[in-house]
Ligand binder design. Structure first.
Ligand code: ADP
Ligand code: MG
Length: 302
């Protein structure tokens, strides 16, 4: 198969791992910097170019779209879908997962356990918003933040009011969330590939840090997850329509709650922690889907 990894940087661990795993299985692998692509939106003949080269003959793409380029990256993925190229995660699913509020709404609708979350626009609702999530301490998040940036723990009501006011002053969309204190600065990352949890790790924030992101100095270890946690992770990925996903759970007093679902989960932490070849599993999954002519469900319609 001719497979394109849509990634800005060949040297990133995840990109290299997927590239190598594809080569090892005899595929014709390409890394394409999607930000440098341009698209031709012509009636019935959608095309995509990198410089003057027309990108043709691909069987599958693996989107690794960075948070900064969600809008453009999803347009590139959609263009491939319109050209009948299989994308392991569809563009609509990626856009859904990038908006924390939209994702949580979709998960809530299907009964997935979530931290109590509130969203509002009008500054006059701040008081009600804080009350809704159980008062201080509470977590305030930028809707499109990533790697822990824009996630704030407000210990007191006063602090929460100031943070909300500051974010609103910057015209940023935020949500307020119940602080799951009992998680102890740790979360569980479940790696879902093709409807199965293929690996899981526990991430612990560094001393004095409630955010467990590895990019913020968190450390990872192997964890055994319960059957409920496993099924929650699988259902969350499926509700958002993601074949490959990193589902983050918090262990709360009322069971595991989904905190977020990532559509381009990093592979380095999970592969080194668990010793599993996740990149290989992703390529194996794509082989199976393409062979069964699954195609993307939306064909770029979304
Ligand atoms: P990002 O997309 O920036 O990673 P997250 O929503 O995953 O944002 O939050 C970053 C980290 O903050 C999480 O990994 C978790 O450790 C911590 N965290 C987020 N929300 C909560 C919460 N409601 N209660 C407790 N800890 C939280
Ligand atoms: Mg996160």
């Amino acid at each position: 198969m001719k497979i394109a990894i849509l990634s800005r940087n060949k040297k990133l661990y995840s990109t290299t791992a997927l590239y190598e795993a594809g080569l090892k299985r005899g595929h014709d692998m390409h890394v394409i910097d999607y930000v440098r692509c341009h698209m031709e939106i012509t009636s019935m003949r959608p095309a995509i170019f990198l410089g003057s080269t027309k990108l043709e003959g691909f069987d599958a793409v693996i989107p690794r779209i960075g948070a900064t380029y969600t809008f453009f990256g999803c347009a590139v993925v959609r263009q491939f879908e319109m050209m009948n190229v299989y994308s392991v995660n569809e563009s609509v699913a990626i856009s859904r997962s990038r908006d924390k509020l939209r994702s949580l709404q979709l998960l809530a609708r299907k009964g997935i356990g979530l931290p109590v979350t509130g969203f509002a626009h009008d500054p006059r609702t701040t008081d009600a918003l804080i009350d809704q999530v159980g008062g201080a301490p509470l977590v305030i998040k930028l809707l499109e933040g990533t790697q822990g940036v824009g996630v704030v723990l407000a210990e007191t009501r006063k602090a929460a009011e100031s943070v909300i006011e500051a974010f609103r002053g910057l015209n940023a969309n935020i949500l307020a969330q119940e602080y799951i204190k009992e998680a102890g600065g740790a979360d569980i990352r479940c790696l879902v590939v093709g409807g199965k949890v293929v690996a899981a790790m526990k991430r612990q924030g560094k001393e004095g840090e409630f955010r467990s992101n590895l990019h913020r100095g968190g450390t990872a270890s192997i964890v055994k997850i319960t059957p409920e946690e496993r099924s929650t992770a699988v259902r969350a990925a499926s509700i958002l329509g993601l074949n490959v996903a990193g589902v983050d759970l918090l262990r709360s007093n009322h069971g595991a709650v989904v905190m977020e679902v990532n559509s381009s989960p990093g592979l380095e932490g999970i592969e080194t922690t668990t010793g599993k070849d996740i990149a290989g599993m992703i390529i194996d999954f794509i082989e199976k889907e393409v062979k069964e002519k699954k195609g993307t469900r939306t064909k770029g319609k979304g």
